[in-house]
Design a protein around this ligand. Structure first.
Ligand code: UDP
Ligand code: MG
Length: 316
């Protein structure tokens, strides 16, 4: 009823772009996006989600909006993190399909027509997979492969390295995702988890246009940890496995010591080895205790039900 009375109000396509200190990229991104989108024969909007930038990012958004009112924005009250900025943009998006992409031009806008085509062919989710550029650091490649292997193993949600937050979501899928109220937000996991018809396109990752990566190692580790703890409780069982194993070993060792004492003339010596084993086990014990603490912390954060991010300004 709403949509039939105002058919021209909602655009068909929303592009959502989280941006944290990306002042040097927005003008360029717009000037590359605009012609691509105009050729796609869809009505569109671009939503920049400013993640509490400390540079002129928001000013750039305002300027772009003055030039072209299809450019919109949402500004978070501080830096909440990429996933939350992305969520804020998704909430504001009005399109029948939404494409999310980074602000630094690493996700090529030239791919957009292909994403739309897959959507028109019936995919509710169109993923993209990055073909690693030659110059990507071995550490980033290795750590990302390792993370996704662990994640897939623990969560049962298949995920591959190189599938970042550059994708198209159909309105139906997006509306489902907007119901996910978890604080530990790991959108790429959620998008894999939900199912629906999907397809995957590959692309060559570009160089960042301006500035440096906004994902520090600390942010990356936090992000990975959020992903694992919000998708799997298997790490909590680690204690049980280690406990069973060490009990068996301890039992065998005890039997050996008793046997030696009763049936031979030697007594198993072992002050130093005893201390070593005890310290080792205490180490493991504290690690497991910390792990349990992490999960309890996550429960605390989840039950508090605070808003996940706060918005200070909107351009709609
Ligand atoms: N980003 C954000 N908030 C943050 C960190 C990053 O909104 O706290 C945005 C950033 O502006 C970019 C995207 O997330 O549009 C991906 O970040 P970046 O390009 O720095 O990561 P990388 O490509 O190096 O992994
Ligand atoms: Mg980037």
């Amino acid at each position: 009823m709403d949509s039939s009375s105002q058919p021209s109000r909602s655009p068909e396509l929303s592009i959502v772009i989280p941006a944290f200190n990306e002042q040097g990229n927005l003008q360029e991104l717009y000037s590359v996006l605009e012609p691509v989108l105009s050729e796609c024969a869809v009505t569109w909007e671009i939503i920049f989600a400013d993640d509490g930038s400390r540079d002129d990012t928001w000013h750039e958004v305002e300027q772009l909006h003055r030039r072209d009112d299809r450019v919109k924005g949402v500004r978070l009250s501080r830096n909440f993190g990429h996933q939350y900025a992305l969520m804020a943009g998704l909430v504001q998006a009005r399109g029948d399909a939404v494409i999310s992409m980074d602000a630094d031009l690493q996700h090529p806008p030239a791919m957009i027509p292909e994403l739309i085509e897959q959507w028109r062919l019936g995919s509710k989710v169109v993923h993209t997979k990055r073909l690693d550029p030659q110059n990507i650091s071995w550490f980033k490649k290795w750590s990302s492969n390792l993370f996704y292997a662990i994640f897939t193993h623990l969560s049962g949600v298949p995920m591959e390295s190189g599938m970042a937050d550059f994708r198209l979501l159909d309105r139906q899928v997006l509306d489902e995702i907007l119901h996910f109220r978890e604080e530990g937000l790991f959108l790429r996991g959620i998008v894999q988890w939900i199912g629906y018809e999907r397809s995957t396109l590959t692309y060559q990752c570009q160089e960042r246009f301006s500035g440096i990566s906004k994902y520090t190692l600390r942010k990356m580790i936090k992000f990975a940890w959020t992903g694992i703890t919000s998708f799997s409780v298997i790490p909590l069982r680690l204690g049980i496995y280690i406990g069973i194993l060490t009990s068996i070993l301890a039992f065998a060792e005890m039997a050996y010591a008793i046997f030696m004492r009763l049936f031979t003339n030697t007594v198993v010596p072992g002050w130093a080895s005893g201390i070593a084993i005890v310290s080792f086990l205490f180490g493991i014990l504290f690690i497991l205790l910390g792990l349990i603490g992490e999960y309890i912390g996550r429960i605390l954060v989840e039950v508090r039900r605070r808003p996940r991010y706060l918005v200070s300004e909107r351009i709609e």
